[in-house]
Write a protein that binds this ligand. Structure first.
Ligand SMILES: [Zn+2]
Length: 419
């Protein structure tokens, strides 16, 4: 989609900007950042049959100690071998069947996909919880959630079922699975994510792979968020989360975006009840229509200024469409802001929508100032072409959070730290 051609002189920016110094501020600044990004690719499995493909998904999560970023001597915290490992293999590699690729126990690509997603969610762990347990925990306030062991799969995953895609709510157990009353097809709890609806047996499965990749990125964030909040709330109050990309779940699993926001609110509440600040969470968009717009009005923005946008602003000056639709409502759990840093760099940020007050008003985001200052701390890394975790990993103040390592052990490698 083209960015709207708008004469920036016609926008009344005074109504839409706030200097950094005037934004809400809380006491502690984050000392650590956890940055997360995923990548995926489809690879032919056989030179003779290039349409036979499997897919790889890599989720990179990196812990960065902010005070060490500028220092040369950060050896005590960083193991160069681990950084190298991140380069070579990425982290948490997940392999999925794509076109023309069928697992032994399955008859079709679709079945292979569904089974492999279920297996992956059952076997992959973050901080000792499986992805499936994390998914159930995140979904707690979603209508699909029945109990910690059961979730509703709204539609039968069999494309030939006589239910014909209508909603039939198949109660599905995380171990014992479920069954469609109409056609008898076995259902997996991960079918609730609906990524299989994008799977084709013969074509590229970019859409399905991308859909599951974003689910994994955001579940990874929730896993660390929940683990730290339940076990080390004081620690969590000093951590910031940076997602490379929007705070959104697109396409068939988009329902998860509101479950994630509810999960974030639970963490915020738990933190406050325990007497600690919630962590900052921010998505950074390096390109797209908001970024184009930011560049378009760059000249008129002062350094150290936040641009806040309401729905009208977005549809008048940035996106096509009508203001009848609320921007991002179906997919986004963050609201967009544009920030011009003190050194004049432009950032498009998505910040979790607040649970009370008007979301357009930056004064309703208690962590706003802290978030922008943290972004400034790592701003050169955020401008790099490589993904955020990879760039930060190269700055010698970061260590990858791979599947084998525990975040607390990584914290404890920090010799200046008492807890
Ligand atoms: Zn069925």
């Amino acid at each position: 989609m083209e960015t709207k051609e708008v004469n920036p002189e016609h926008i009344n920016l005074d109504q839409h900007t706030t200097p950094l110094a005037d934004l809400p501020d809380e006491e502690n600044d984050p000392e650590y950042l956890i940055s997360i990004d995923g990548s995926n690719q489809e690879v032919p499995t056989d030179d003779q049959y290039p349409s036979n493909r499997i897919a790889f998904i890599q989720i990179a999560a990196v812990l960065t100690r902010l005070d060490l970023l500028e220092e040369q001597d950060s050896q005590s915290f960083v193991d160069p071998a681990q950084v190298e490992k991140l380069d070579q293999t990425g982290l948490q590699d997940i392999v999925l069947p794509s076109s023309n690729y069928v697992r032994e126990e399955a008859d079709t690509v679709l079945e292979s996909w569904r089974l492999q997603i279920y297996d992956t969610f059952k076997s992959r762990k973050i901080e000792n919880k499986t992805l499936l347990e994390i998914l159930m925990e995140v979904s707690k306030e979603d209508p699909r959630y029945v109990s910690d062991e059961e979730i509703l799969v709204y539609r039968c995953p069999n494309p030939d079922c006589e239910s014909d895609g209508s909603r039939i709510d198949i109660q599905t157990h995380i171990e014992e699975l479920g069954e469609c009353d109409v056609c008898g097809t076995r259902t997996y709890p991960t079918d609730a994510l609906r990524t299989h609806e994008r799977v084709s047996s013969t074509q590229s499965n970019e859409a399905a792979i991308g859909a599951i990749r974003q689910v994994l990125e955001h579940l990874t964030m929730c896993a660390y968020l929940n683990y730290l909040s339940q076990n080390h709330p004081e620690r969590l109050s000093r951590v910031g989360f940076v997602i490379d990309g929007p705070l959104a779940i697109y396409d068939t699993p988009s329902w998860l975006h509101s479950a994630i926001l509810q999960n974030i609110y639970r963490v915020y509440n738990r933190q406050r009840e325990a007497g600690f600040e919630p962590p900052i969470i921010v998505g950074v968009e390096k390109s797209g229509q908001f970024k184009d717009h930011a560049e378009n009005i760059d000249r008129r923005l002062n350094d150290g200024t936040l641009l806040h946008m309401n729905n009208e602003y977005i549809y008048n000056f940035i996106k096509s469409g009508t203001t009848d639709n609320e921007y991002g409502e179906r997919e986004h759990y963050g609201w967009p802001f544009i920030y011009k840093s003190n050194s004049g760099r432009l950032f498009v940020l998505k910040i979790p929508i607040p649970n009370k007050g008007e979301k357009y008003d930056p004064m309703n985001y208690p962590l706003m100032k802290k978030t922008l200052e943290s972004i400034e701390n790592v701003e050169t890394a955020l401008y790099d072409d490589a993904t955020i975790p990879i760039t930060l990993a190269h700055q010698r103040a970061s260590i990858p959070l791979d599947t084998g390592s525990r975040v607390l052990e990584l914290f404890s490698q920090d010799s200046t730290d008492g807890s």
